[in-house]
Write a protein that binds this ligand. Sequence first.
Ligand code: 13P
Ligand code: SF4
Length: 327
Amino acid sequence: MVAAPVNLERQTAPDLRRSSADLAKELRKLATERNAVILAHNYQVPELQDVADFVGDSLGLSYQAAKTGADVILFCGVHFMAETAKIINPSKRVLLPDLEAGCSLSDSCPPEKLAEFLKQHADKNYYVIAYINCSAGVKAQSDIICTSGNADKMVKSAPPDRNILFVPDQNLGAWVMERTGRKMDLWQGNCYVHVEFTARSISRIREEYPNAPVVAHPECTYAVRMLADEVCSTEKMVAFCKNSSAKEIIVVTEAGILHRLKKEIPDKMFIPGPTENCFCGECRYMKKNTLEKAYDALLNMEPEIMLSEEVRARAEVPILRMLELSR
Ligand code: 13P
Ligand code: SF4
């Protein structure tokens, strides 16, 4: 008997493209059918934040990924975030709407370069602390992972007699050094979005809104952090804005967070921190994901995050250490 021909073409849902409200409804339906959880980072486009089961920062999303009972994780964020979810959930299928949703910061520390550096400086016997914005290959060479939400605690937990190498963000690393007093050698990487905010651009907006406090992400440069009233992770920014008595707040991070702030705190005004070159403050990688791509990913069960078991198993150890310590 000859088997019926199978249509191997990737499916899309053209009839659903008319309205994003319909598409969001269909995506929720599909998520139930597939027993999938939808996680979205605070920088995702509004439609993805609105359709997600959970919206948060890297730390919150890692906890959600660790505790989910779903079979599938549709991760609306960038590659290293979905990869982290896969590392701690090897038996689950982890989907990323667009595999090109990368990260300039993660790219600034290729695993081979780190391996070479550690070999060249073997005499230092480094304790490696990796900011979560890095690849599985870098995590696999690290002793502990941290996020912007728990970096102080992770650095303080490092053995006092060891030299620390902090990768890949030099700005976040410098910020944690200031706060903990712990000396660390810093990998010279940075986020292309956050370094676009400058002391001049932030001073100008401060003059325009003299009563508005400035809240900035620790990936910003030292000069910008010095002008901020609060420096914290995106999740802590939401809490800061909720708790502040100010009615106007200048927010110095990727612009996607403004949607969540306006939605959860409608009675306040949020002023996006301007950049030096009128650059829009949007991360081109975060914006690769769309509602359509998220729908198609769950419909076709791809693009899927795949990892070699050897790297995954080694990368899992420092992530679990972080999750355990940061509780
Ligand atoms: P948060 O963990 O603070 O959300 O930061 C993630 C990120 O990519 C910042 O650019
Ligand atoms: Fe990476 Fe910067 Fe985009 Fe965050 S905002 S994902 S650090 S490039």
